[in-house]
Design a protein around this ligand. Structure first.
Ligand SMILES: CSC[C@H]1O[C@H](OP(=O)(O)O)[C@H](O)[C@@H]1O
Ligand SMILES: Nc1ncnc2[nH]cnc12
Length: 313
């Protein structure tokens, strides 16, 4: 049965699925949207589902529903812009990651609070450009409220022998996600370097997704699903896709359980404004370009994301 291709109500909460997570089991889609943005089309159609109370939720598959997009080629600007256009102010993004710490075992979940950007500068990573310059704050790359809510409510959700949720509270220290370029995995030397920097986990997709969400004033948190020990441990074979996919398929049920729990917890908090509004208007006063230096065509693009912020003429 084909679904409606339009949805008139604002959607506040979105999930982004990564490797191994191409839809959300507990949600029945009520619409499937193809959104065109000034930055092109998103990775996949955006499906909209509704909770029993009629609260709409968006879902987007980061690499496409058939996983045909390389991490470098994910159209993150279109993904974030399309979600923003639907009204989204809160994103929970899932990602498969390698572990850089012995105690973070494959199949454990991790809620990072810091990021080190090891992408190579060839991913478009900002909505701003020559003719309209603005700077978002990014010292805390994730939304601290979402981070705490996930830590507090998802601890007992995970099933499986000894499967753990690692949070800043359980670790009593930062949990740092290294985002590398890929698509090849790290060398052993790189993996040991990241470990020596205090890296907890590694993936290829947090940057620029998280930066763009911040520029779009959206509260964003990534939930990482550990699938392997990367390459730092000389006594083991370095990571392969087979290992990643094997652990993910064994564990994707936990991702669905976490998402289901978060829908229940976040719905009232987003409705009341407790979650999702902390970055509202943060970009309005972050522009460096004086009015005379602003490129008119860029202002039109900005208007798509921030209607009414800056005069068009
Ligand atoms: C298939 S292993 C490498 C691949 O897995 C992760 O994807 P995602 O973050 O979308 O779950 C990692 O970032 C790489 O893109
Ligand atoms: N070891 C690893 N490095 C980068 N991305 C990953 N995704 C899953 N495992 C990974």
């Amino acid at each position: 049965m084909s679904l409606p291709t339009e949805f008139a109500e604002p959607v506040r909460l979105a999930f982004i699925g990564g490797t191994g997570l191409y839809h959300l089991e507990s949600l029945t889609p009520v619409a499937k949207l193809t959104v065109s943005t000034p930055w092109g089309f998103p990775s996949s159609p955006i499906t909209i589902s509704k909770t029993a109370d009629g609260f709409p939720i968006a879902f987007l598959a980061r690499h496409g529903i058939h996983h045909d997009l390389l991490p470098t080629d994910v159209p993150s600007r279109a993904n974030i812009a399309a979600l923003k256009k639907l009204g989204v102010n809160t994103i929970v993004a899932f990602s498969a990651v390698g572990s850089l710490q012995q105690h973070i075992k494959p199949r454990d979940f991790v809620v990072p609070n810091q990021v080190i950007d090891r992408t190579k500068g060839n991913r478009p990573s900002t909505f701003f450009e020559h003719g309209f310059v603005a700077h978002a704050m990014f010292g805390e790359p994730f939304d601290l409220k979402l981070n705490k809510i996930i830590a507090d409510t998802c601890q007992d959700v995970l099933k499986g022998d000894n499967v753990k949720l690692h949070t800043r509270e359980t670790e009593k220290s930062d949990l740092t996600l290294i985002c590398m370029e890929g698509p090849a995995f790290s060398t052993r030397a790189e993996s040991r370097l990241y470990k020596s920097w205090g890296g907890s986990v590694i993936n290829m997709s947090c940057i620029p997704e998280s930066k763009l969400a911040r520029e779009a004033e959206i509260a964003y948190q990534m939930i990482c699903m550990s699938t392997d020990y990367d390459a730092w441990n000389e006594s083991e074979e370095p990571v392969t896709v087979e290992t990643v996919v094997g652990n993910l398929s064994a564990n994707s049920a936990n991702a669905h359980l976490v998402a289901e729990k978060l829908v229940t917890v976040l719905e009232p908090k987003i409705k009341s404004g407790e979650v999702g509004l902390d970055y509202q208007h943060s970009m309005k006063f972050s522009v460096s370009t004086k009015e005379k230096g602003r490129n008119k065509q860029l202002l039109e693009k900005m208007h798509y994301l921030f209607p009414g912020y800056w005069p068009l003429n």
